[in-house]
Design a protein around this ligand. Structure first.
Ligand code: ZN
Length: 333
């Protein structure tokens, strides 16, 4: 089957086809005249990937749904259907394009380590929870760096009657006032910062006409962080060949699950027990991984990134600006 690069969404697959398609012909999938190559060149990758799934009654998704929803390789589900059916037909995979599938049992069990850890620290042992099963795979490593001089932001709602909050009051609250957060336990303050002033407007849940004090923080030393935004390209990883596709998929799903819990907004009626698992993970990053902090996606401002620094002296507030929330701030997320 001859395919063109426009049948794919994934940048790496597109550039692979761009580099290797030399024949000018009709694409068998979309029917366009284009540079095409034989899809069987990709069987190795897609077979290895499709082998990570098996049919199950506990799923309501087909292979097309999972592959396209989670990994976005193809232009759309129609293209995914044609090409994945071709892979399945050419390689005996034990399920059909119409079957409901999920990751194989051993992958699901490995990924559920986060659920097991959550139950363990919430319901069994708080301070001596056994993390051996989680720790043995080194899912979390300190990599992403913040450099001296880099700027991050933090906002607080300006109390009525004040012009703006002073620099020395923009950092962490004092220990005795530090309430529990997704990252920090009660009494142990961490410094929560964001990549842009705009992200902070959403993080403090400012509403129309709120007056904010927006602090600009300067990073004071080189910092290594555990990044909970694990952007991995499976096609590149497959060709790189250092780690199996299966291990990469497991790592991605575990980091995504933790990340989702980290970015869940705090709600007034939350039980503090809900924060304990992510607090455990942060302490693990600090004590075991040796990281200076973590970063994760903002769930309140799309594309925004949040940072938690374990030591508040790693960043210094260098200026505070006053900002009144306008419609524009809150309408354009
Ligand atoms: Zn095409």
């Amino acid at each position: 089957m001859k395919i063109c690069k426009d049948c794919f969404f994934d940048e790496e697959l597109r550039s692979e086809i761009n580099a290797n398609a030399v024949i000018d012909d009709i694409c068998d999938v979309c029917g366009k005249q284009s540079k095409v190559m034989d899809f069987s060149e990709f069987y190795g990758f897609f077979t290895t990937l499709l082998e990570l799934y098996s049919p199950t009654v506990n799923s309501s998704k087909t292979i097309v749904d999972i592959i396209q929803d989670e990994w976005h390789f193809f232009k759309d589900k129609d293209v995914a259907m044609v090409l994945l059916a071709d892979v399945i037909q050419a390689n005996n995979l034990g399920y059909s394009i119409a079957d409901f599938v999920d990751y194989t049992d051993d992958i699901c069990i490995r990924v559920a380590v986060w659920d097991r850890l959550k139950t363990s620290v919430k319901e069994k042992s708080r301070f001596f929870t056994n993390m051996d099963e989680f720790a043995q795979y080194n899912y979390l490593t300190a990599g992403k760096s913040l450099h001296v001089g880099q700027k991050l932001y933090r906002s607080r709602i300006t109390p009525v009657g004040q012009k703006k909050i002073k620099c020395d009051k923009m950092g962490c609250p004092p220990k005795e006032l530090a309430t529990a957060g997704r990252a920090n336990p009660i009494g142990i303050p961490y410094l929560y910062l964001s990549d842009s002033a705009k992200t902070t407007y959403f993080e403090v849940r400012a509403v129309y006409l709120d007056k904010l004090s927006v602090g600009t923080f300067r990073i004071e030393r080189e910092l290594e962080l555990v990044d909970f935004i694990y952007d991995v390209n499976l096609f590149l990883a497959y060709n790189d060949d250092t780690t199996s596709l299966k291990e990469i998929v497991i790592k991605k799903k575990i980091i995504d699950a933790i990340s989702e819990d980290l970015s869940k907004p705090l709600r007034r009626y939350d039980s503090e027990l809900e924060y304990v698992p992510t607090q455990l993970i942060c302490e693990y990053c600090k004590r075991i991984v040796g990281a200076d902090g973590i970063s994760f996606e903002s769930s309140l401002h799309k594309g925004g990134r949040n940072y938690v620094l374990f030591d508040d002296s790693s960043a210094k507030c260098i200026r505070v600006d006053s900002h009144e929330i306008t419609k524009i701030d809150i309408d354009k997320k």
